[in-house]
Design a protein around this ligand. Structure first.
Ligand code: SAM
Ligand code: 2KA
Ligand code: SF4
Ligand code: MG
Length: 210
């Protein structure tokens, strides 16, 4: 395919810049401990200074890949697929989620919500970022809110974001990895004082798995 055609297919969501795929254990949030196949889509301009996958940001460094290929491969590994990135909602997720659904797979997303929600999802983990806030209906449909705590102010931000969510949304505070020793005691204290929140840890990093 020539470059222009590829760009058009990426625009429609029929091809996606694929950074990596791996079968692992979901490390974070509600489904932690559950085996799942991860699809990491490149491209993100949210710019979190502590992002643990900065190599994902530049979409041009990740090969545009046909969703049929992504889907057929993923189906071999697991009945639960996690779409992450980068920021997956940079792209139209409808073709990918339609194709995964046609294979009867459960589809989860990890998203900052910085761009409009596309695709159909069995589980939405919304991890909002101060520098590019989610807008619109994602708060109404998110299954879990996962706020990363880098400093004390993030607890105030967490409450502001929780106030926008639906009543069934499960609320998590997750330590930013590089400052975990400092913020874990603060989070523990906060959750005991405010038990509507739960703690989420990046357990895959403790397990030394992807
Ligand atoms: C790399 S992001 C990709 C998906 C999407 N861009 C997002 O931010 O939700 C996956 C998850 O890891 C979290 N995360 C990224 N860097 C982290 C870090 N240094 N410490 C803790 N969580 C982090 C994000 O907040 C998000 O919940
Ligand atoms: N094991 C594992 N669990 C995860 N949960 C969310 C992740 C992500 O980067 O989106 C992630 C990841 O990178 N690895
Ligand atoms: S939104 Fe997600 S992928 Fe983008 S910089 Fe922030 S943590 Fe990284
Ligand atoms: Mg990760």
């Amino acid at each position: 395919m020539v470059k222009d055609e590829v760009l058009k297919e990426v625009d429609k969501g029929n091809m996606l810049p694929l950074m990596e795929e791996f079968y692992t254990i979901q490390g974070e949030g509600f489904h932690k401990g559950t085996a799942a196949y991860f699809i990491r889509v490149g491209g993100c301009d949210v710019g979190c200074h502590w992002c643990d996958v900065k190599e994902s940001w530049n979409a041009e460094t990740h090969p545009p890949t046909a969703i049929q290929q992504i889907t057929e491969n993923a189906a071999k590994y697991s009945d639960t697929i996690v779409i992450t990135g980068g920021e997956p909602l940079t792209w139209n997720m409808k073709p990918l989620t339609d194709a995964l659904k046609a294979k009867n797979l459960k589809i989860h997303i990890e998203t900052s919500g910085a761009y409009p929600l596309t695709g159909t999802w069995d589980w939405i983990c919304l991890s909002p970022k101060k520098n590019k806030l989610p807008e619109g209906r994602i708060y109404d449909v998110a299954h879990e809110l996962k706020v990363i705590v880098f400093n004390k102010h993030d607890l105030i931000f967490a409450e502001q974001e929780a106030a926008k969510t639906n009543k069934d949304c499960i609320l998590y505070l997750q330590p930013e990895w590089s400052v975990r020793d400092k913020v874990v005691p603060m989070i523990v204290d906060y959750v005991m004082q405010n038990p509507k929140w739960k703690v989420s840890l990046q357990t895959h990093k403790y397990l030394n798995i992807p």
